[in-house]
Design a protein around this ligand. Structure first.
Ligand code: ZN
Ligand code: ZN
Length: 192
């Protein structure tokens, strides 16, 4: 099994220190992941802003491109994201796909460590979806659904054993399938 290479893609104004810290911390929780920060910022797509000054998460997701040599791309933005009819989303991902996007807009705390751990949880959660992981009923597992910041703070930055095993199996399968037939770019369902 080879490492899963993840590119963190800044979108819009970016906190480069936060991104660098995320790239260091992600593999501590998903040891089969290698992570880098893209040196290039993507601009926010014009026309994707709603009258409530939120950005359409699906439009941001759609503009992400997995760079050559990488397996996943995770967009990170500080603008508030929305997928109507929800009021907001912390992030979304292509289920069994390769792209995800998260927002730090609702994760900010005066303590940078708190903000960082929240962002780490959101990235881990969305990466789980890209590996086909559904929401976990264990509220302490990072794969549990967060409806509020309190939900995010309650769960740990770790996957429960069951979820972690599913992720490993899923990545192993993707490695062996890719060897046989290469990746397809099919249309994926989305999950927040
Ligand atoms: Zn779990
Ligand atoms: Zn989710």
């Amino acid at each position: 099994m080879r490492p899963m290479r993840v590119m963190l893609q800044p979108i819009g104004e970016s906190d480069w220190q936060l991104l660098a810290r995320l790239a260091i911390r992600l593999p501590q929780h998903l040891p089969f992941v290698e992570c880098q920060v893209s040196p290039r910022t993507l601009s926010l797509p014009p026309g994707a802003i709603t009258p409530r000054r939120q950005w359409l998460a699906n439009v941001l997701l759609a503009q992400l491109v997995v760079p050559p040599g990488f397996d996943r791309v995770v967009g990170v933005t500080n603008v508030d994201l929305v997928v109507p009819p929800f009021n907001f989303v912390f992030g979304i991902a292509e289920v069994d796909g390769r792209r995800a996007v998260i927002s730090t807009a609702r994760l900010m705390d005066h303590d940078a460590e708190v903000t960082e751990v929240r962002a780490l949880k959101e990235v881990l959660h969305e990466l789980g979806h890209t590996l086909g992981l559904p929401h976990c009923p264990d509220p302490s597992c990072v794969a549990a659904f967060s409806n509020t910041l309190a939900d995010t703070d309650r769960k740990g930055p770790k996957f429960c054993l069951k979820c972690y095993q599913r992720l490993l199996v899923s990545w192993q399968q993707q490695c062996s399938e890719a060897k046989q037939e290469g990746h397809d770019g099919g249309d994926r369902s989305k999950c927040r």
